[in-house]
Structure formats: structure tokens, C-alpha cells
Design a protein around this ligand. Structure first.
Ligand SMILES: [Mn+2]
Length: 363
């Protein structure tokens, strides 16, 4: 049986920034580029026949030249691999898109510039079908039927199967009618299993290496074989760090306890990126030292979100001879007849504001 080896990736956002990481941003962005280059190296070493990049290779339609040239050179090195790019809503084919450049990309690279089309690779008996965004939005499905022949039919496309309308909406009937053997999808950054509609297999590979907390855990590509009427595509991790969102109750804890708790309950390793929400109720005027805890945890990056509430002894505070005492006295009088949540929260935040800066999250 004739089969070809395929790697499917998507949503690389190669030139993206990651502002929230602050001083760690530059390192992390470079790591993500290196992870993509790891995919290309894998294609070279394993002589992969087809690399399908299902959109948002770049974060913007006109990325910085240094990144465009760097990828051009990297692609050129993969001379045994056909690389098919389906531009997405982030890197759509704009008027001055680098995708439009003639004699710039190496011969092994093909970019889908607009509507659905098929590219025959005679030597392999393969046709690769795809399309590309030409603006931010694409309201009608670009997925069409492929030729009824005995070629292996690969598809690559940036699109949305979740039912929203702006980003090349694709439905399962269109997938089964397409006649494709494997459809490599991008746009949803979360990986799906390899699914099947009619005789067509399809999947989202997810992004290759997370940028935000909405892309949690280990990320990578799908890699395997496709043949007429079937495929065997497996997840292959390539991400260099993972992002995790955690939360826990810090009632009755000290700074040291909190740091130890974090250390003992990590979802990944110390090298990963965390957002940890501190919940619960602290008493006795205790204020967690967020900067110290972050430092003490020894994590590559952690953002601690303070969502715990503070419990003060208001009966003691109201008799204090100070501005704080005055404030508590006034608030308590306001709540004499009815205690409501908003006033209680205002009292708590107000008292806290006498000792530190207060950040308030409305939700
Ligand atoms: Mn994307």
C-alpha cells in the first residue's frame, strides 16, 4: 500500500510577543521559535514527505523581516520535505504579505494564497488541497471537494468547526463530502483527537508550544502516515515549557506554608509557567508577601493572583483613635441595619488599603 509520511502543525505564531512574562519574555519567545525549528529538524532527520502548516505561522500579516528570512532559510534546509502553508486569520495574505514574494521561498514550499485549490505531486501520487485567508475574516467555508481520482488526498486549512461564523466556518458534512483522506486543521489552539467524518480523518494539532494560560499543558504536532482511505497520526510533543493555571486555599497558612504548598502541588515542573490564584480567608492582619513567595517558589515564572478575603476584628478596629478607626466606625454605622456584601467588601478593602496597595478584581 502506498503511504506518505506527514507532520501536521498549526498556530505557531512564530513572531509573537508574550508581554505578561516581563523580563522572561525574550527568552520564552526565542524558545518557542526554537521549538518550531525542532519540528523542521524532525522533518529533515526523518525525511518527512509532507509538512502541513494549518495557519497562523506568523502572528501578523507583515512580520518583522528577520523572522521571515529566518524561516525562509530554515524551510530551504528541509529539501526532502514538501511544506504546505495555509495562511490564517493572523497571517492572512495581505497586499504586502511576505507570502506573495516571488522567487523568495524555496522550491519545496507552497503557499495557498486564496480559494481552495489542489497541488499535484506526481511522483508521490498525492494531491495537497488547501486555501488561505486574504483578510482577517472569512465568512464562507473554503472547504470544497477534491478530484475523484486514486491519488492520496491531503488537506490543510485554517478554519473553525465550532460553529462560529467569522473564521472559515467548516461543518462535518463538508468534511465528509470533501473526499480528503486527512484534513490538517488550525485555528483552535487546543488539540483534538484524530476524528473522522464520512471517510475523511481530520484533527486540530493545537499550537506547538503555549503562549498563554488558555493553552495549558504539553503541546506539539501530529505525525504519522496517510494513505488512500486511512491514516495513522500520533501526537508528538515539542513544547519546551508548559503553562498551567492553579488555585488553592491559603486560609491558616503562612508565607512559608504557601511557598511549600506550591512546590508540592505543581501541575508540571519548576521550569513551567504558572498562574496561581490564592483563595480562602486570612485573619489576624496577615498579608501574604507575594514578591517573597514568588521568589521562594523558584519557578521559571509565576503570577500570583490575590483573591482571598481578609478577616479583621472590626469591633476592635472601630474604637481605634486613628483615621482607620474613623473609617471602620463610619462603615459599621452604615451597616447597622443591614449587612450587604458590597459594603462588607468595601470595608475589607478599605481597611487593607491602610497598610498596602489593593488590587481589586471585579469578577
Ligand atoms: Mn492562531
Amino acid at each position: 500500500m502506498r503511504k506518505v509520511s506527514v507532520v501536521h502543525c498549526a498556530d505557531i505564531h512564530y513572531d509573537s510577543d508574550i508581554k505578561f512574562l516581563g523580563t522572561k519574555e525574550r527568552k520564552r519567545c526565542e524558545e518557542r521559535r526554537a521549538s518550531f525549528e525542532k519540528i523542521l529538524k524532525m522533518c529533515r532527520v526523518e525525511k518527512i514527505n509532507y509538512l502541513l502548516i494549518a495557519g497562523d505561522l506568523f502572528d501578523t500579516p507583515e512580520p518583522e523581516e528577520k523572522y521571515v528570512k529566518r524561516l525562509r532559510d530554515e524551510f530551504e534546509k528541509c529539501s526532502d520535505t514538501y511544506i504546505f502553508i495555509s495562511p490564517g486569520n493572523h497571517d492572512y495574505v495581505s497586499v504586502s504579505s511576505p507570502y506573495r514574494r516571488e522567487d523568495f521561498w524555496s522550491d519545496n514550499v507552497y503557499i495557498f494564497m486564496d480559494e481552495w485549490e489542489g497541488v499535484n505531486i506526481e511522483e508521490d501520487g498525492v494531491t495537497v488541497y488547501g486555501s488561505g485567508f486574504t483578510q482577517i475574516h472569512c465568512k464562507n467555508s473554503m472547504l470544497k471537494r477534491c478530484e475523484n481520482d486514486d491519488y492520496i488526498h491531503l488537506g490543510v486549512m485554517h478554519g473553525d468547526i465550532s460553529g462560529t461564523e467569522k473564521y472559515n466556518p467548516i461543518n462535518r458534512n463538508e468534511i465528509s463530502d470533501s473526499g480528503l483522506d486527512y484534513l490538517a486543521l488550525g485555528h483552535i489552539h487546543k488539540r483534538t483527537d484524530v476524528l473522522k467524518s464520512g471517510n475523511t480523518y481530520y484533527s486540530y494539532s493545537g499550537c506547538h508550544d503555549g503562549r498563554g494560560f488558555d493553552e495549558p499543558g504539553i503541546q506539539g504536532v501530529y505525525k504519522g502516515y496517510v494513505w488512500e482511505g486511512g491514516c495513522e497520526m500520533k501526537f508528538y510533543p515539542v513544547s519546551s515549557r508548559s503553562l498551567y493555571r492553579m488555585q488553592f486555599d491559603i486560609s491558616e497558612m503562612s508565607d512559608e506554608n504557601i511557598a511549600q504548598y506550591i512546590e508540592a502541588h505543581l501541575m508540571g515542573t519548576e521550569e513551567d509557567i504558572y498562574e496561581i490564584t490564592l483563595k480562602g480567608k486570612v485573619t489576624g492582619g496577615y498579608e501574604p508577601d507575594i514578591a517573597w513567595i514568588s521568589e521562594r517558589s523558584g519557578l521559571f515564572y509565576v503570577r500570583l493572583i490575590e483573591e482571598y478575603s481578609r478577616h479583621y476584628d472590626y469591633e476592635v478596629l472601630r474604637s481605634e483613635k486613628s483615621v482607620r478607626g474613623e473609617f471602620v466606625q463610619k462603615m459599621m454605622t452604615l451597616m447597622e441595619h443591614e449587612e450587604d456584601y458590597v459594603k462588607m467588601k468595601a470595608l475589607e478593602l478599605g481597611v487593607t488599603a491602610f497598610s498596602k496597595e489593593v488590587n481589586y478584581h471585579e469578577d
